[in-house]
Design a protein around this ligand. Structure first.
Ligand code: ZN
Ligand code: FE
Ligand code: FE
Ligand code: ZN
Length: 277
């Protein structure tokens, strides 16, 4: 990985499309919005199709995958902003059976690994928020970080998406407990040469902060885990949202670089001093 500093904005590596059934706007409008915000590189990373019946309501259908590939490739016309082809794939126990071969066959630029379920509970789904009222919060986070460790060990993904997503509705463990649970997960992320995404969608959720928290970003920095930035846009006007705050978060944790990716190979780039957006 080499260093360069020709970049004055931060790429947005987490963008959805209407194919996942809960995003809106035309794909071209996402790119237009990026251009308007001075973002010179974007990566579509829509919810991965899954043939095994996993969470079919929140992802594209397998038969739409080639449509997705075509929609993205039509935007790859050599003009700025640069458009990358990625996917947000869920980690769950047993996902390897499908993902191992399928991901490798698609020639993605970027594969983001996310966890949205603990057992059968969609813990970040507003329609299942009430479940939080009856579970042990610390135990829930412990289960979550155990899955993060397994995600890392699978070696299927380039980075972890929204690493502390269980905080979405404000249910969180103490810092001491969090440190103890996050430490082994981050060790395994570092051991897998994976990155961590600074995901600004948390700013638009009840918790009102970026995923992951400053504490976890500092722990990632200690392990020299590379970072990237994602808005998790489900609408064009969310592209690049909160990136100024994400840049501050990275710098405050001691980061001076972030990664760009092509064909699943990362390259470290100097962080900009400030952002115009
Ligand atoms: Zn989504
Ligand atoms: Fe996600
Ligand atoms: Fe997402
Ligand atoms: Zn997401």
């Amino acid at each position: 990985m080499k260093k360069q500093s020709d970049f004055s904005s931060l790429p947005d590596y987490h963008i959805h499309t209407i194919l996942c059934k809960h995003a809106k706007g035309k794909i071209a409008d996402y790119r237009t919005a990026a251009k308007k915000n001075g973002i010179t590189e974007i990566c579509f990373s829509d919810h991965c199709p899954n043939p095994d019946g996993y969470d079919p309501d929140h992802r594209m259908e397998m038969k739409k995958f080639e449509t997705y590939r075509d929609m993205v490739s039509r935007l790859q016309d050599g003009k700025p902003p640069t458009v990358l082809f990625g996917i947000e794939a869920d980690y769950y126990e047993g996902c390897e059976v499908f993902l191992r071969e399928w991901l490798a066959a698609q020639q993605f630029d970027f594969v983001l690994g996310s966890i949205h379920y603990i057992e059968d509970w969609g813990f970040d789904n507003p329609s299942q928020r009430h479940v939080w009222d009856s579970v042990d919060v610390k135990e829930t986070w412990r289960k979550y970080f155990k899955l993060v460790g397994m995600l890392a060990d699978s070696r299927l993904f380039d980075a972890v998406g929204h690493l502390d997503l269980p905080k979405k509705f404000g249910f969180r463990p103490s810092d001491t407990d969090l440190k103890g649970m996050a430490r082994p997960a981050l060790d395994r992320i570092a051991g897998a040469d994976m990155g961590v995404e600074l995901n600004t969608s948390g700013l638009r959720r009840p918790v009102g902060e970026i995923y992951p928290s400053p504490l976890i970003v500092s722990m990632a920095r200690e392990r020299e885990i590379p970072i990237c930035f994602g808005s998790d846009a489900h609408a064009p006007d969310e592209i690049g949202a909160g990136f100024g705050l994400a840049l501050n978060l990275a710098r405050e944790a001691g980061y001076t670089q972030y990664f760009r990716i092509r064909g699943r190979t990362k390259e470290l780039v100097a962080l900009p001093e400030t952002l115009s957006v």
